[in-house]
Design a binder for this molecule. Sequence first.
Ligand SMILES: Cc1cc2nc3c(=O)[nH]c(=O)nc-3n(C[C@H](O)[C@H](O)[C@H](O)COP(=O)(O)OP(=O)(O)OC[C@H]3O[C@@H](n4cnc5c(N)ncnc54)[C@H](O)[C@@H]3O)c2cc1C
Length: 407
Amino acid sequence: MNTRTEPAATALYLADTHEVSNLSTELCDYNMYTQDAALREAVQREGGQWADGELSAFGQMTGSADYLELGNLANKFQPEFDTHDRFGNRIDLVKFHPSYHQLMKTSIEHGLHASPWTSPGPGAHVARAAKSFLHGQVEAGHGCPITMTFAAVPALRLQPDLASVWEPKVTARVYDPRNVPVEQKQGVTIGMAMTEKQGGSDVRTNSTRAYPLGTGGPGQAYELVGHKYFVSAPMCDAFLVLAQAPGGLSCFLLPRWRPDGSKNPMQVLRLKKKMGNASNASSETELRGALAWMVGEEGRGVRNIIEMVSMTRFDCMIGSSAGMRMAASQALHHCSMRSAFGQVLNEQPLMQNVLADLALESEAATTLTMRMARAMDNRANEQEDLLVRLVTAVGKYWICKRTPNHA
Ligand SMILES: Cc1cc2nc3c(=O)[nH]c(=O)nc-3n(C[C@H](O)[C@H](O)[C@H](O)COP(=O)(O)OP(=O)(O)OC[C@H]3O[C@@H](n4cnc5c(N)ncnc54)[C@H](O)[C@@H]3O)c2cc1C
């Protein structure tokens, strides 16, 4: 028999089902830089001590509740794709949530896409890596176009006539997301398109063909016909692309719009469905006679684009180390507030063991990444240059492989 006296259907009664207790709070409003001893010590040790003040201010911003929320929003409201506008014009437009644009804007205004190229010198890569590490803890997906833009510069420089036109806009601290030709922009972003259906790692199997429009050769215009199966950040203003020229696999710079203002036919077919990396659009494309200029020597495409790939490997180390740091921070924070079996979790001996392992692995990843940043600052030294070539590959492999398990 129901003996209740209060009215069962009142809002008050329904809301009062249980008391929320023994849960942690949101980890926010902390200084991501000054509270990260391993990062701060690495910055000092590897030559970036001059950036300590700047990094402190940046870490205060990235750790604030409002700023962290941008990362949540950019992943909750995912990119949407329109092939055409409502009048039927082909536009290949990806629309992002405003939070994504804000993250891109901050990254570019703080030089995460270019500072070591525009202000080289001792600690330039170290300071940029530390800032990227902090920003990557807020949101990882937007780091894709930022990284590719950063990484494109050494490859672009292989073709000085193209670099003289593009590099000032690539390195400018201006974020302009408009879907318009490069001539109308002060700041641009760069993507890369290598992967095809029949081969990802093995790009020698690329089937996209490049037809010279004139004499052909370095810096000259070609038309590309084929497909690219994994093009991330398709809203970039141009892409470094591999295609088979008459003299072998070569590297090209392909703009989203032709110089005459018409749409360059690198057509986006659809966005990829991915398990993670949700805020970042990745696409499948077809190249239907798309204009592109050859970068570097004909037949040396892999050698040339590897300049870009090597830089992106380094950024994969930064991004995955940042992921580890955020995971460890969340775990440490949670376990400092939640109790089980009569004790706060971080006072339980076995949990201390787990947390120590997580922190150790995270700090090791940070330490290796920052050591590589110093090597990047010192590539004039042969030993440091060899270290970059070897350890970016090994570091990317190991840190990226460990990060999901660690999380
Ligand atoms: C989030 C995301 C974004 C991406 N964005 C881009 C982009 O913007 N542009 C772009 O061009 N591509 C992009 N890619 C594609 C990516 O570069 C390819 O997935 C990658 O090159 C691997 O190619 P694949 O997937 O075809 O695998 P495969 O090359 O077919 O490899 C399959 C498996 O075999 C292994 N394998 C390959 N070669 C060897 C070997 N010699 N010995 C032993 N094992 C081997 C690989 O490790 C893998 O486990 C992106 C991928 C992801 C996941």
